[in-house]
Design a protein around this ligand. Structure first.
Ligand code: ASP
Length: 330
């Protein structure tokens, strides 16, 4: 039986890094190098590779991802059965989420990387790449949206987070757990995320910067006064717990929410922002009554990306809250 076609689009990151002879490693291996390094891949799928970018995860931008999503769609139209993106793990939880928003095809889009670079004992890039090609070539992962495959686990892009600086088991989905795993050569999907939310975004649209602000004990929010004059088109506030800030910040946020969409997320990174549990000034119900938008179950970085994408397609401020609800209702 003919093997399925899978394309590997490499963006750089630790998985592709080699010794620079200077102060450590930096991305240098091409997509083809990565695939050649894992001969077992040839038994799983017919793989072609393309180096789409060559940079650390921290260098990627939304513009890169808009271009990447267009390339993924072109490849799928051209007949590939699945797509693997290799990149720096630093931003995987964000890039995978953007791909989940922008690519609405059923073909699997799998994002992977490595925590240990190829010069280290126990480098896990080759194993992650092989597992990702298995998932990309599988029927099981069709229609579940973008996923992150690392350490033999499959995580839905909308829930996954990088939770440790260096441990290879860094990727977790604290709210839900992984949606599947790889065992020997089997791809096992044990659950499927409900619903999907897609945005059609043309490569020609302009970026609208969105600020991400985390509150902290005793913070009076002085920094917030620079948000508007710095040219931001929106703001995501990572508040305490279920959505709380110090009372002195509440009015500043209300003023900002008159000017731009201000989304209320939680700095805890997991669980929903509440709506009507507390009533004090600076509580979640107070802030929502001041026209802040509830991020629901999205953490701060993901809420920021959803808002960025919505602003980029020109969504009017009055419709942003409904879009967050829509995403949430999935
Ligand atoms: N530690 C990162 C990685 O795993 C570095 C980066 O994101 O490029 O690839």
């Amino acid at each position: 039986m003919a093997l399925s076609e899978v394309v590997v689009l490499s963006l750089g990151g630790t998985i592709s890094s080699t010794d620079t002879g200077d102060r450590g490693v930096a991305p240098s291996l091409s997509g083809e190098d990565l695939v050649k390094d894992v001969p077992e891949i040839a038994e799983v799928a017919e793989v072609t590779a393309q180096s789409f970018r060559q940079m650390p995860g921290s260098e990627l931008t939304l513009d890169d991802l808009v271009e990447l999503s267009a390339e993924i769609k072109r490849r799928i139209e051209g007949g590939v059965k699945g797509v693997v993106v290799t990149q720096g793990t630093d931003s995987i939880e964000e890039t995978a989420f953007v791909l989940d928003l922008l690519v609405d095809e059923a073909e699997p889009v799998v994002v992977t990387g490595a925590m240990r670079n190829p010069t280290l004992p126990g480098a896990e890039g080759p194993a992650n790449l092989l597992a990702s090609v298995r998932v990309a070539a599988s029927d099981a992962a069709r229609g579940v949206g973008a996923v992150v495959v690392m350490n033999d686990e499959i995580h839905a892009a909308r829930f996954v987070q990088k939770t440790h600086t260096s441990n290879p088991a860094t990727f977790r989905s604290p709210l839900t757990g992984p949606i599947g795993y790889i065992s020997e050569d089997n791809v096992r999907l044990v659950t499927r995320p409900v619903g999907s939310y897609h945005v059609a975004l043309s490569e020609k649209t302009q970026n609208r910067p969105v600020a991400l602000y985390t509150v902290a004990l005793g913070d009076d929010g002085s920094l917030l006064s620079f948000i508007k004059q710095s040219g931001y088109g929106g703001l995501v506030v990572e508040a305490f717990g279920v959505g709380h800030v110090h009372s002195t910040i509440a009015q500043t946020l209300e003023d900002l929410a008159e000017e731009m969409p201000v989304v209320l997320a939680s700095r805890t990174g997991s669980g929903e922002v509440h709506r009507s549990t507390y009533s004090f000034v600076g509580s979640e119900s107070d802030l929502l009554s001041r026209c802040l938008i509830n991020a629901g179950m999205l953490d701060g970085p993901k809420a920021r990306l959803l808002l960025s994408v919505l602003l980029r397609i020109g969504t009017p401020k009055e419709q942003i809250a409904a879009q967050f609800e829509h995403w949430f209702g999935g």
